[in-house]
Ligand binder design. Structure first.
Ligand SMILES: *Cc1c(COP(=O)(O)O)cnc(C)c1O
Length: 382
């Protein structure tokens, strides 16, 4: 754990109290109705030795990169406001993707960009279409910003999207959102489907590629940005780049869409420290290659070990991301046992719609994975 931030039990307890505090009715009455219904987001963290609940990169930055970040941060001009559009980060991304900077916008994490997208293109009378089970944030923001929400559910067994129904519905949508690889199911959508969506949808098509660095080459749809002005691709440094704590995400889109996003954003949301750290890591990104390979190796190994537990009623889906989705009897209890007896935290989806008895397991370091599988074995076989 990083020094300087208090991850102690007492701190978690404080945070838990704050998270579970209901908004008093008298305050709710003063609020925007769509906001009054909400509760503070609780990532359900608890103090454990092995946190495999948030799809972070458990390896952290390799030493050389960490030192490069530290050197850059030491010189960062923290007395000055940051440059609003993070031009030095945008410039590197522009080289990486071979597109002009006018096709790129950075945000305080991908989440802020999603929020801004819903601010700019959502609202009453604007239909947001998505394919649950997927990332819960879409629902949250669409609700808060009073969009009309439409859902085309995935197949309950394979989690494939219903392509025909999705294409048909997208012809009425202002914003069609598909996550690829999908969180929490791990599957990607085909290039061909993205093409058909861009052609069918009169509005924007957002492909959320937060986990694309872990997928097979050729899975991304960024090449389609050349052809489709209504395509938006989301990426983040929170997962593969081991910078969840830094908060930097970006969107790739046509210059018109980028201008709309630039118009609604909070000008100084990406701090000098965020921009400095992101630049240092992107400049030396090849140093992350080994870690990415290790995560993919860990994923296949964990996958086959979990398959070995199928006689105990455990089912696991293939994944192109840095996590695996499993379904097993008494998932909620197993999750608590993993936490309390093995100090391993995984994400509980057991009561989420379409995900009955499912848990999401982030692929960690070899030792993390070992501890996780050992826990499963003891709980299920013991
Ligand atoms: C993690 C994640 C994001 C963005 O995360 P940030 O930390 O805000 O960059 C976006 N979409 C999905 C599906 C994710 O899982």
């Amino acid at each position: 754990m990083a020094k300087g931030i208090d991850y102690s039990k007492a701190r978690y307890a404080d945070q838990g109290k704050l998270m579970s505090a209901q908004i008093p009715v008298a305050v709710q009455k003063l609020m925007r109705p769509s906001a009054a219904a909400l509760e503070p987001y609780d990532p359900a963290f608890s103090p454990v030795e092995v946190n495999l609940s948030a799809n972070e990169n458990s390896f952290g930055l390799p030493d050389g990169l960490r030192e490069a970040v530290a050197r850059s941060l030491a010189k960062a001009p923290t007395n000055r406001y940051p440059l609003p559009l993070a031009p030095s980060v945008r410039e590197i991304l522009s080289e990486m993707y071979g597109v002009g900077p006018e096709h790129i916008i950075c945000g305080n994490g991908g989440d802020e960009l999603l929020f801004n997208l819903f601010v700019a293109f959502g609202g009453a009378g604007h239909t947001v279409l998505h394919c649950p089970p997927d990332f819960s944030v879409y629902d949250l923001y669409a609700g808060l910003l009073e969009c009309d929400l439409q859902e085309i559910s995935r197949d309950p067994q394979t989690f494939d999207v219903d392509e025909k129904a999705l294409i048909a519905a997208s012809s009425e949508a202002t914003l069609t959102v598909v996550t690829s690889p999908n969180n929490p199911t791990g599957n990607v959508i085909s290039h061909d489907l993205v093409v058909r969506l861009c052609e069918a949808c009169p509005g924007l098509v957002l492909i959320d590629e937060a986990y694309m660095e872990f997928a097979d080459t050729g899975s991304s749809c960024v090449d389609l940005l050349q052809t489709y002005d209504n395509l938006v691709v989301l990426r983040t440094l929170s997962k593969a780049y081991a910078l969840a704590g830094v908060r930097l995400g970006y969107m790739l889109a046509s210059p018109g869409v980028i201008s709309a996003l630039a118009a609604v954003r909070q000008p100084y949301s990406i701090s000098v420290l965020d921009q400095t750290a992101a630049k240092a890591v992107l400049e030396r990104r090849e140093e992350l290659g080994r870690t990415l390979e290790q995560i993919k190796e860990g994923r296949s190994r964990l996958y086959s070990e979990l398959q070995g537990l199928s006689s105990k009623g455990l089912e696991v889906w293939p994944s192109q991301a840095n996590f695996l989705l499993v379904r097993l009897p008494h998932a909620h209890e197993v999750r608590c046992q993993l936490r309390d007896d093995f100090s391993v935290l995984v994400r509980d989806f057991s009561s989420a719609p379409g995900l009955k008895d499912c848990l999401r397991l982030t692929v960690g370091t070899p030792q993390d994975n070992e501890r996780l599988i050992d826990g499963f074995r003891q709980i299920l076989e013991g």
